[in-house]
Write a protein that binds this ligand. Structure first.
Ligand SMILES: Nc1nc2c(ncn2[C@@H]2O[C@H](COP(=O)(O)OP(=O)(O)OP(=O)(O)O)[C@@H](O)[C@H]2O)c(=O)[nH]1
Ligand SMILES: [Mg+2]
Length: 435
C-alpha cells in the first residue's frame, strides 16, 4: 500500500464486474494519466467531455478525463469505457499497465479519495456499504452517509465538545475555590446536552447497523409443528420441503428475506426430539449450533397441543413464542406476549413480522437511521463512556477536561480525523478492486 506521501504512482483497474456486459470500464488515477492517455488515445480528451476514440489497438469506445482535483480520487482520473467482455477489458487494462500504471489494490481509489480529502472515513466506508447494500433501505441509508449526514452528526458532537473544552480550559487557570459556581453549573448543563445528543446519534446508529449486518432468525421447535411451512410463508416461496411426517428437515436451510427493508436471514432447522434416527440426530446437532448464533429465535409449537417447546432454547437471543396451525384450533387462546399464526392461511404473519422487528429493536419511526459499522458503534460507545465518567468529575476540572478530550478523540476516529494507519488498511482491504 502506498504511504500518505504526496507523490504517488498511477493506478489502474477494471471498475466494472467481471464477466460480459454492454459496457466495461477501466479506471486510471494518478499523475501519469496524461502520459497514459497519450499512449492509448493519442492525447488527453477535453476535460469531462465524453470523447469517442480508439482505445489503443484493443477496442473503441468513450474516454472521459477528470483533471485534478475535480475527480473521484482528487487526482487526474481517466475512465475508458469499452465493450464489456473479459478479454477486451483485460487487454485494455494491460495497455494501461504497459503505459506505466500499476494494478490498483482493493479500495485504493477510495483510499486516495480519503487521503486527498474528498471523503472522510465514514463516507469512504459508505461507498462500500452502498455497493454491498442488500436492501433498498440499506442503500438509501448508505447514500445518506455518503452525502455526509452521519459525518455531520458526529461533527456536531465534536463541535459541542470543543466548545465545552474551551470553557473548562479557561476555568483551569483559576484555583478551584475561585471558579464561579455559575460557570460550574453551566459546564454541567452543557455536558448533559452533549450526552443527550450523543445518545440520539447512538440510537440511530444501533438501528442502522441492523441494515448492514442483517439479523439471524432461527426457527426451532419440535418436529412437524410447521417450521418449514413458516419459513416458506415468510420467504414467499416454497424453499423448504414440507411434509406431514415428523423429521422432514435435516439440514439447516438459510433464506435471506427482508421486512420493511431490514435484511434477515431465516434459518429453518431440524425439529428437536428425543428418539430420532442417526441422520436426524446429526440435523439436530446443527440446530443447536444455529441456535447459538441466533439473534432471534422463533420458538414454534402447535396451537392447542400440549407439547411444550424443547428445553434448552438459548436465553441470550431474543425469543418469540409462536403458536402455529391456528386454523386447526380456532378456539385456542394465544398466551400474552406470544404470537399466533397459521402458515397455511397466512393469519398472524404480519404480526409475527412486526414482533421480529421489535425484538431486534427496529422501530419504523420514519426517521433516518445511520448505517453504522461495528467500528462506529464502538467509538460512539467509548465516547459515551468518557462523558459518563466526566459527570462524576465535575469540580475536578482537570480530570473532567481529560474525559472530554478522550470522548472527542473517540468521535474523531469515526471520520478519520484521528486515525491509525492499520485501521485504513483494514477498512480499504475489504473493498472491491476498481473502487
Ligand atoms: N393446517 C395446518 N397445517 C400446517 C400448518 N403449518 C404446517 N402444517 C402442516 O404440518 C405438517 C408439517 O409441516 P412442516 O412445515 O414440514 O413442519 P416442520 O416443523 O418443518 O417439521 P420437521 O421438519 O419435521 O421438523 C405439514 O403437513 C404441513 O402442511 C398450518 O398452519 N395449518
Ligand atoms: Mg421442516
Amino acid at each position: 500500500m502506498p504511504s500518505d506521501e504526496v507523490v504517488r504512482d498511477t493506478i489502474a483497474a477494471i471498475a466494472t464486474p467481471a464477466g460480459r456486459g454492454g459496457i466495461g470500464v477501466v479506471r486510471v488515477s494518478g499523475p501519469d494519466v496524461p502520459r497514459i492517455a497519450q499512449a492509448i488515445l493519442g492525447g488527453l480528451p477535453e476535460p469531462r467531455v465524453a470523447t469517442f476514440s480508439a482505445l489503443g489497438d484493443v477496442d473503441e469506445g468513450i474516454a472521459l478525463y477528470f483533471p485534478a482535483p475535480h475527480s473521484y480520487t482528487g487526482e487526474p482520473v481517466l475512465e475508458l469505457q469499452g465493450h464489456g467482455g473479459p478479454v477486451v477489458m483485460q487487454a485494455l487494462l494491460g495497455a494501461c499497465l504497459d503505459a506505466g500504471a500499476r494494478l490498483a489494490e482493493p479500495g485504493e481509489f477510495t483510499r486516495r479519495a480519503f487521503l486527498e480529502g474528498k471523503l472522510d472515513l465514514a463516507q469512504a466506508e459508505a461507498v462500500a456499504d452502498l455497493i454491498d447494500a442488500t436492501t433498498r433501505e440499506a442503500a438509501r441509508s448508505a447514500l445518506r452517509s455518503l452525502a455526509g449526514e452521519f459525518s455531520s452528526a458526529v461533527a456536531a458532537l465534536v463541535a459541542q465538545l470543543t466548545e465545552l473544552r474551551a470553557l473548562i480550559e479557561a476555568m483551569l487557570d483559576f484555583p478551584e475555590e475561585e471558579v464561579d459556581p455559575l460557570h460550574a453549573k453551566d459546564a454541567a448543563a452543557r455536558l448533559a446536552r452533549v450526552r443527550e445528543a450523543l445518545d440520539a446519534v447512538l440510537a440511530k446508529s444501533r438501528q442502522g447497523s441492523l441494515l448492514r449486518t442483517g439479523v439471524h432468525v432461527v426457527l426451532a421447535g419440535r418436529p412437524n409443528v410447521g417450521k418449514s411451512s413458516l419459513l416458506n410463508r415468510l420467504a414467499g416461496d416454497e424453499r423448504a420441503i414440507v411434509a406431514p411426517v415428523p423429521g422432514t428437515t435435516r439440514d439447516a436451510l438459510r433464506e435471506p428475506v427482508q421486512i420493511e427493508g431490514v435484511p434477515l436471514v431465516l434459518v429453518d432447522t431440524a425439529g428437536l426430539r428425543r428418539d430420532a434416527d442417526a441422520i436426524e440426530r446429526l440435523g439436530m446437532e446443527r440446530t443447536w449450533r444455529e441456535l447459538e448464533s441466533a439473534d432471534v429465535v422463533l420458538a414454534v409449537r402447535e396451537a392447542g397441543s400440549n407439547a411444550a417447546v424443547p428445553e434448552g432454547l438459548p436465553q441470550r437471543a431474543m425469543r418469540i413464542d409462536v403458536y402455529n396451525k391456528l386454523d386447526l384450533a380456532p378456539d385456542f387462546r394465544v398466551p400474552a406476549g406470544a404470537v399466533g399464526v397459521s402458515a397455511k392461511t397466512g393469519v398472524g404473519l404480519d404480526r409475527l413480522r412486526q414482533s421480529i422487528l421489535e425484538a431486534v429493536g427496529w422501530s419504523a419511526t420514519g426517521e433516518s437511521v445511520f448505517l453504522a459499522r461495528e467500528r462506529h458503534l464502538r467509538a460512539l460507545e467509548s465516547a459515551r463512556g468518557h462523558l459518563t465518567t466526566a459527570v462524576t468529575e465535575v469540580h475536578r476540572w482537570e480530570l473532567f477536561a481529560e474525559e472530554l478530550r478522550l470522548a472527542q478523540a473517540a468521535l474523531g476516529a469515526i471520520t478519520g480525523e484521528v486515525r491509525a494507519d492499520d485501521l485504513l488498511g483494514e477498512i480499504f482491504a475489504r473493498f472491491c478492486i476498481g473502487k
